[in-house]
Design a protein around this ligand. Structure first.
Ligand code: DSN
Length: 420
């Protein structure tokens, strides 16, 4: 980045700061990860210059032979990875992937059944200020109070009562396996089509460590940067019969020119995910999440639903005299990054929350395993027990630093930057 350093030292410095922050803190935000150097190189290059509105072989601009190559490779790899009939790799984000499905299949005002945000759903699953909540009649379903797991009988009851045109399965903060077959059965009973937003668990699904929704759902959307460990972006998988509708809705429906450099990076992400080593990584992500859940549980923290089947867990802080907001701020001071999160039936507002969401994709990428996870649980506990004790928080911070030094991330990038 020597050119950047010379031309725009302010931005150079900020990027350097961000690399150091990512390397020097323990990243437990469940939706974040660290991409490979190959993905960074695929994304940061001259493909950003190219306009390619349209699809491979039928673009509105000339000079698309190389970006066509890239997009076709990305599509074929994603099809293979998830066993999909048709793939659109152009959505800029998960939200836009979801928007394309809504707008291609629904009319404004149509009824949709989707997971309640207060129980783990996403903004695009019906938040009042989001396009989904503004333009569609979204009926929320939640989890059972006693188990904090999806209640398929209740989902069926709601589906029968409201006759939705679409049922949306998938979540941003749900630690358990989702039964897509059951969702399919409910959809068939009421004549709805099924959209699965698998953004959080796409990496696990790619490796067969969570059931694959593709055989059950007409549409599956995902981001590519969470467990899938690719660039920030989105993808739509669908059945062949909807291919034209979806493609038309992405472009020209809701997007213009695709980001070809990001599509190149997505292609590399899918190649990495097809490699057998990716399965080992995902299996370790789950082992680490379980280890974190068990260790915190032993220290007296209540884990929502009693544990986890995937890459994340939700810690209930209601009996700790701490809000999720306070807890995440305290942990950040100590070098541990996590986010506040509503827990099912939370009595606090979305701004304060009673929960803390913790995920293991990023720490696992840097090589951390169960033994270190137990240590991390201990550090979390020490920090949360002494929220106002600067001395204690500083000691935790030092221990976090020591741990991150043992498991560096972006060592080569740091070397390059030092040389710049
Ligand atoms: N914002 C993401 C998350 O943190 O779960 C969802 O897209």
């Amino acid at each position: 980045m020597k050119y950047l350093k010379k031309i725009d030292p302010q931005i150079f410095k900020a990027i350097l700061g961000e690399i150091k922050r990512q390397d020097g803190k323990l990243e437990l935000i469940a939706s974040e990860n660290f991409v490979s150097r190959a993905i960074i190189e695929a994304e940061a290059n001259v493909m950003t210059n190219k306009y390619a509105e349209g699809y491979p072989g039928r673009r509105w601009y000339n000079g698309c032979q190389f970006v066509d190559l890239v997009e076709n490779i990305a599509i074929e790899r994603a099809k293979k990875l998830f066993g999909a009939e048709h793939v659109n790799v152009q959505p800029h984000s998960g939200s836009q992937a979801n928007m394309a499905v809504y707008f291609s299949m629904l009319n404004v005002g149509d009824t949709v059944l989707a997971m309640d945000l207060r129980c783990g759903g996403h903004l695009t699953h019906g938040h009042a200020l989001n396009f989904s909540g503004k333009y569609f009649n979204v009926i929320p379903y939640g989890v059972k109070r006693s188990t904090e797991r999806l209640d398929y009988d209740e989902i069926r009851r709601l589906a029968r009562a409201h006759k939705p045109k679409m049922i949306l399965a998938g979540a941003s903060a749900y630690p358990r396996i989702i039964d897509f077959k059951k969702f399919r059965e409910i959809c068939d009973e009421v004549g709805a089509f099924l959209l699965v937003d698998m953004a959080h668990i796409a990496g696990l699904i790619a490796c067969g460590l969570h059931p694959n929704p593709v055989p059950y759902a007409e549409f599956v959307t995902t981001t590519t940067h969470k467990t899938l460990r690719g660039p920030r972006s989105g993808v739509i998988l669908c059945r062949k019969q909807f291919a034209k509708k979806i493609d038309r809705e992405v472009f020209p429906g809701i997007q213009g020119g695709p980001l070809m450099h990001v599509i190149a990076a997505k292609a590399v992400c899918f190649k990495e995910a097809l490699n057998p080593s990716f399965k080992k990584y995902q299996a370790q992500v789950i082992k680490n999440a379980r280890a974190l859940s068990d260790a915190l549980s032993k220290k007296g923290y209540r884990i929502v639903s009693g544990g986890t089947d995937n890459h994340l867990l939700l810690v209930d802080l209601s009996d700790k005299n701490l809000t999720g907001k306070d807890a995440s701020r305290i942990l950040d001071t100590a070098g541990i990054v996590a986010n506040k999160n509503l827990i099912p039936f939370d009595r606090r507002s979305a701004n304060l929350t009673s929960g803390l969401r913790l995920g293991t994709p990023a720490i696992t990428t840097r090589g951390i395993r169960e033994k270190e996870v137990a240590k991390i649980a201990e550090l979390i506990d020490i920090a949360l027990k002494s929220p106002k004790d600067t001395k204690v928080l500083n000691t935790v911070k030092k221990k976090v630093k020591k741990l991150t030094r043992r498991f560096p991330i972006y060592k080569d990038l740091m070397m390059d930057l030092k040389r710049a």
